[in-house]
Structure formats: structure tokens, C-alpha cells
Design a protein around this ligand. Structure first.
Ligand SMILES: C[S@@+](CC[C@H](N)C(=O)[O-])C[C@H]1O[C@@H](n2cnc3c(N)ncnc32)[C@H](O)[C@@H]1O
Length: 240
């Protein structure tokens, strides 16, 4: 894996998305493929995510609804299968690689596919526009490094409109310890905490909870979950 420490320039390589798509087109549609060979972390990952969501469902202040979730950068549907379809009535998936979505139909199994899956959108997040006011949760995990800073902010501005009034956006991502780390193999970046928080802020999102993922093997990036809500003064989630 080739990496270099650089801040992603405002005008990234023009092939940034094309190179990312090409990388993923060669990856097998398996959990190991989705997790870069670390399929063993999947159970711990899902367990921690489930704990967080269950806490949000029972929050006395603003209990999270269990109607509709959106899985962003869904891959073959690992998160949809083990987390979202278990906790929500319905799940949509958005994924830039149409082959992964095709594989998802088998991977998820007939029951989940028929009873839980709404729509599958074969499109990059940089071009995706969620339907206004549709989702209780928009879940983004291990995919935001594939967006430029500019598209990241624009995507979350659209997501703010895609959630219900009490909905949340949840981000679960690797965090770099110093500057942005650029990975030229899969055409992605890993951002430091400061930059991630700055981009959330630019998108008009408040981080109301931040949880560090525990129990992953040493040598992997630190991972955090962020629970994000549109900043108060804005008129969002109304579907207008
Ligand atoms: C590391 S995998 C993670 C998959 C899934 N989120 C999980 O945790 O199991 C990254 C996924 O993001 C997808 N992806 C990459 N760039 C994307 C983009 N611009 N828009 C949407 N999905 C993208 C890849 O095709 C791949 O399925």
C-alpha cells in the first residue's frame, strides 16, 4: 500500500473517482474484499455499531426512529445484512460498483432482500441525492475517503435534507494520526480528526456523539463513530 502524507489538494487528481472505481472493480465481492483482507474484524465492528444504535433508539431526549436506513458505500451489503436490516424496517443501499449490488442480492439472502431492501442505487456518493425527509439514519462507513473534500461537504449538505426531523447521519471512518494520508492504490484518503470535524462543520452538521471503536487489531487505523445532526437553526428534514 503506497501512502504519502499530503493534504488533499482542492483540485485532486482528475482521475480520483475513475481510479477508485477501477480499484474496486477488481476486488472480489466478499466480506474479506470489503474489509481489505480483515474480515475477522467484522463481528466486533457490527457489535459496536449495534450498541450505539440501540442507545440512540432509547434516548429519552430524541429517540431515533426505526423506519428507514440508508447504507452508503454499501459494497455487497455487509452492514445492511448484519446491522441495518436487523434494526430497521427497510434499508436502501447506495454503491458506486453495480457488480457489488448484484452480488448483494445473493449475499443478503431471499428473506432480507424481499422483506427489508427498498432501493439499490448504483451511483457514486458524489452524484447521489437522497430523497427529501426519507431516512431515520444515513450510515456512511469506510467510504468517505473516496470523496474529495468539496464533494464530501456537498454530499452531507444533501444528506441533511434526506433525513427525517429526528434523523441522524452516522459516520464510521478511519482516522489518520497526523495529516491526510493518500492511498494511491485504491485512490482514497484517510483524514485526521481535525479535518473531518472541519468538513462536518462546513456541511452544517453538529457532532452530538463520538465513540472510539475498541477491539480492533493493532496496526489498523483508529476508527471513530460520529453521530451527526443538522445544526439547529437550519430548516431541515421537512422535505422541502
Ligand atoms: C472499504 S469498502 C466498505 C464497504 C462497506 N461500507 C462495509 O463496511 O462493508 C468501500 C466501498 O465503497 C465503495 N465506494 C468507493 N467509492 C465510492 C463512491 N465514490 N461512492 C459510493 N461508493 C463508493 C466501494 O465500491 C466499496 O464497496
Amino acid at each position: 500500500m503506497e501512502t504519502s502524507n499530503e493534504r488533499l489538494s482542492l483540485t485532486p487528481n482528475e482521475n480520483f473517482y475513475k481510479d477508485g472505481a477501477e480499484y474496486w472493480s477488481k476486488i472480489p465481492p466478499t466480506v474479506d474484499g470489503m474489509l481489505g483482507g480483515f474480515s475477522e474484524i467484522s463481528t466486533t465492528d457490527i457489535h459496536s455499531s449495534k450498541t450505539l444504535l440501540k442507545q440512540l433508539f432509547t434516548s429519552t431526549k430524541q429517540p431515533l426512529g426505526r423506519g428507514y436506513a440508508l447504507d452508503c458505500g454499501a459494497g455487497i451489503g455487509r452492514i445492511t445484512k448484519f446491522l441495518l436490516s436487523d434494526l430497521f424496517d427497510r434499508v436502501d443501499m447506495v454503491e458506486q460498483n453495480p457488480q457489488f449490488l448484484e452480488s448483494a442480492k445473493k449475499y443478503l439472502g431471499k428473506t432480507i432482500l424481499e422483506k427489508k431492501i427498498g432501493q439499490m442505487f448504483p451511483v457514486g456518493l458524489q452524484d447521489f441525492r437522497p430523497e427529501p425527509g426519507k431516512y431515520d439514519v444515513i450510515w456512511c462507513q469506510w467510504v468517505l475517503g473516496h470523496l474529495t473534500d468539496e464533494d464530501f461537504v456537498a454530499f452531507f449538505e444533501r444528506c441533511k435534507l434526506g433525513i427525517k426531523p429526528k434523523g441522524v447521519i452516522i459516520v464510521k471512518e478511519n482516522i489518520s494520526s497526523g495529516q491526510v494520508e493518500v492511498d494511491t492504490t485504491d485512490s482514497s484518503v484517510t483524514r485526521p480528526m481535525g479535518l473531518l470535524r472541519e468538513l462536518f462543520d462546513k456541511a452544517g452538521l453538529d457532532c452530538c456523539r463520538m465513540v472510539k471503536q475498541l477491539g480492533f487489531p493493532k496496526g489498523l487505523f483508529t476508527v471513530y463513530m460520529f453521530v451527526l445532526r443538522p445544526r439547529h437553526e437550519e430548516n431541515v428534514g421537512s422535505g422541502e
